[in-house]
Each structure stands twice: as structure tokens, then as C-alpha cells.
Design a protein around this ligand. Structure first.
Ligand SMILES: *Cc1c(COP(=O)(O)O)cnc(C)c1O
Length: 387
């Protein structure tokens, strides 16, 4: 396999001037990541600050309702309420040990911005968050959280003033500030080495979940592993250690939007075509002329027109299967898990839970392990406005 590629996907489709910081980062992955100092500090932070290992939880009521065994990997129990902190603490510590003083991040709904602000505060670094001007208004609670933890927010006025524009502007800022600044990318996408780096920090999810599941099930593996796919970081973290297990079916869930034919969606693996965006070759929502199409999901964290290249590869090789769940099905799962198990899932994670609900007939009698990527308190406003 070519370096930085997953089959046909990945690579570094970037301006020449971005090569030096990407090379520096790649070298740091080889020289700093494996050191005992990095590993000891990182594992220590995951334990003391994040609260790892996160639990796995059996859902007795919903399992009975659905006629299957439903298990959840509880990334919602992490400090700051989702899986994103696994990545921001890893990249933050790496940047600190590289001698950088500032963490730069893009954010859409604000969750990655918040997780980066947490990491920067913990590591005594500066934090600069690029956010589309539209999102700054829509996501004001997260903007306030970031500011409280010391982050500076830069509203982005270009394009549609949302996530994809924030990524473009943040990459531009990195070009000029690369001496002092690390670009803390938020998902397992973008130019090499980010897809590999982010997976390296998120694979703790499946390392723990696989062992925890086997301990609770007399050494048996789950029949099916499920995760929602935005850019793909919680999913690749949840899948990684199960990929070599041929008996385990791996399901990624993309957001279908409203589900009407031709509607805006966030399902590039199901409905997109091959192309280049944000420095990587992958599957994208684009017109036949290569213009990026607007994406939509009721779950803010899934609303992205591209997907990490490793998922494009797992899709094309058939090792993982990618399905879609629409907004209404996700809301139903949000309510159902809350009512039946007392767990309010993030709307993103609700897409993964919805898979078990909607496909219960074919999953009858099987053990299904779902990555609950985050908690849903942040989504109460969205759900209230719909119900
Ligand atoms: C951001 C987010 C996602 C989507 O991002 P991935 O990189 O695809 O994991 C999913 N769930 C939650 C709770 C999120 O905050």
C-alpha cells in the first residue's frame, strides 16, 4: 500500500507549502508517539482526566423489546461527553512535546472546538478555533464553553460559513503559523497523516470494547459492531480491533437527512462519488462538475459532505457495510433509548442505535455492540423544536 493511502483513498492533496508541517507531524508520530514518556502521560490523562476505560453497558429492556442482545460502548461517559477528547488530548500532548504552543482547530457544531479547548487548558496551551459565522450564531452555548476555557473563536465569513469553510480557513492559518501551531484536526479525515493519527488515538475504543465484551460473554465476540459515521473517527476507533475478526459484521451508519428522494444528506459512502476534498481522495457529495453539494443531517456532528479515506476503503473492499438512517428514525432512537434505558444519546449516536431498532428482524438473536459516541444533552433544543 502506498504511504498515506488506504487502497485508492487518502493521500496528500494540498498546496506545496503545507508539506513541511505535515512532514514534521509525520516524523513526530514516528519519534515521539512510541516513547515511554508520551505513552505514560497519555494513558495517565485518559485515566485521570477522561475517566477511561469507559464502560460497556447491556441494555436489558431494549434487548427484550427488539429480540436481540444490545450492548453499548459508553463514550458518552467521557469527560466533555463524547469520544472527541481521546483525539484532542492525544494530538495536544503530541504538539506540546513537539514544542508547539498553540492548538488550532476547526469546528462545526462546536463539539470538536470544545474538546480542543479542554485539551489546551489542561496542557497550558493557547487555543484558536475557526468556526463558520453561521455556526457561531447557531451553536452559541458551545461558543461560550470554548471562551470560558480560554479559546479564541475566529468566525469564518467565506462560502456557506459552515464547517467546510472553517476547515479551509484553518488550513490557511496553519500555513502562516506552522512554527508555533499544531493543527488539531477533528476527525479521521484530511491529508495524511491525519486519518492515521486520529485513528491511532480513537482505537482505544475498540481495544477496550473487544476485551470488555469478551469478558462479559465467556470469550465470545459480538456478532455485529455498529457506529455512526460523520468524518469517521468514532467509527474507525470502534471498528479497528474488530477488522481482523472475520465473524464480526461491521456496520457504519450514515445520515440520510429527511430521507425523501434527492434530499440533502450526509451519506457520501452510499450516495457520493470519488473526488478530492480537504487534502484527501475519498467519497464525496458532489455534482458531476465536482462542486461540493450542501450536506444535511439533524445530527450536527454528522453534517459533512466527505468521509475519512479508510472508510472509503473498507466500503470498497466490502469489509464494512455502510447503511443510512434518516432524521425521523434517529429521533425515534433518541426517544426510545432514553425511555427504555435511561440513557439520552447524542443525535449522532442515535443513528447507530436506530440501526438496531430498524433492522431488528434480521438481527434477531444476535449480539449487537453499538458505539454510543456521545451524550444527548446538547441536542435537547433540536429535539424539543421538532417534537
Ligand atoms: C462529532 C461527533 C460525531 C461524528 O464525528 P466522527 O468523526 O464521525 O466520529 C459522532 N458522534 C458525536 C457524539 C460527535 O460529537
Amino acid at each position: 500500500m502506498k504511504k498515506g493511502y488506504f487502497g485508492d483513498f487518502g493521500g496528500q492533496f494540498i498546496p506545496e507549502l503545507l508539506m513541511p508541517p505535515l512532514l514534521e507531524l509525520e516524523q513526530a508520530m514516528e519519534t515521539i508517539l512510541p516513547t515511554e514518556e508520551f505513552q505514560t502521560r497519555f494513558i495517565g490523562m485518559l485515566k485521570e482526566n477522561v475517566g477511561r476505560p469507559s464502560a460497556i453497558t447491556y441494555c436489558p429492556n431494549l434487548s427484550r423489546d427488539l429480540g436481540l442482545d444490545l450492548w453499548l460502548k459508553r463514550e458518552d461517559l467521557n469527560h466533555s461527553g463524547a469520544h472527541k477528547i481521546n483525539n484532542t488530548l492525544g494530538q495536544g500532548l503530541l504538539a506540546k512535546m513537539m514544542g508547539k504552543t498553540t492548538l488550532l482547530a476547526e469546528t462545526g457544531a462546536g463539539m470538536h472546538g470544545v474538546a480542543t479547548a479542554v485539551a489546551a487548558a489542561m496542557l497550558d496551551m493557547k487555543c484558536l478555533v475557526y468556526m463558520g459565522a453561521t455556526d457561531v450564531v447557531r451553536q452559541s452555548p458551545n461558543v461560550n464553553r470554548m471562551r470560558l476555557m480560554g479559546a479564541e473563536i475566529v468566525p469564518v465569513q467565506s462560502g456557506t460559513k459552515t464547517l467546510k469553510d472553517a476547515i479551509n480557513e484553518a488550513l490557511r492559518r496553519w500555513l502562516s503559523d506552522q512554527e508555533t501551531t499544531h493543527y488539531c484536526f477533528g476527525t479521521a479525515a484530511g491529508p495524511h497523516p491525519f486519518p492515521t493519527l486520529v485513528r491511532t488515538f480513537q482505537q482505544v475504543i475498540s481495544r477496550e470494547a473487544r476485551q470488555q465484551f469478551m469478558e462479559r460473554n465467556n470469550g465470545a465476540l459480538p456478532d455485529v459492531v455498529v457506529a455512526c459515521v460523520g468524518g469517521g473517527s468514532n467509527a474507525i476507533g470502534m471498528f479497528h480491533h474488530f477488522v481482523p475478526d472475520p465473524s464480526v459484521t461491521i456496520i457504519g451508519v450514515e445520515a440520510a437527512g429527511t430521507g425523501e428522494p434527492g434530499c440533502d444528506n450526509s451519506a457520501p459512502l452510499n450516495l457520493g462519488t470519488n473526488g478530492v476534498l480537504h487534502g484527501m481522495k475519498t467519497k464525496l457529495l458532489q455534482t458531476s462538475e465536482g462542486q461540493i453539494k450542501p450536506s444535511h443531517s439533524i445530527a450536527p456532528g454528522l453534517d459533512y459532505p466527505g468521509v475519512g479515506p479508510e472508510h472509503a476503503h473498507l466500503h470498497d473492499t466490502g469489509r464494512a457495510t455502510y447503511v443510512t438512517i434518516n432524521d425521523a428514525q434517529a429521533i425515534n432512537a433518541f426517544k426510545t433509548l432514553s425511555r427504555r434505558e435511561g440513557i439520552i444519546p447524542a443525535l449522532e449516536s442515535s443513528h447507530a442505535v436506530a440501526y438496531a431498532i430498524e433492522h431488528r428482524a434480521e438481527l434477531k438473536g444476535k449480539s449487537v455492540l453499538v458505539c454510543l459516541s456521545g451524550r444527548g444533552d446538547k441536542d435537547m433544543g433540536i429535539v424539543d423544536s421538532i417534537l
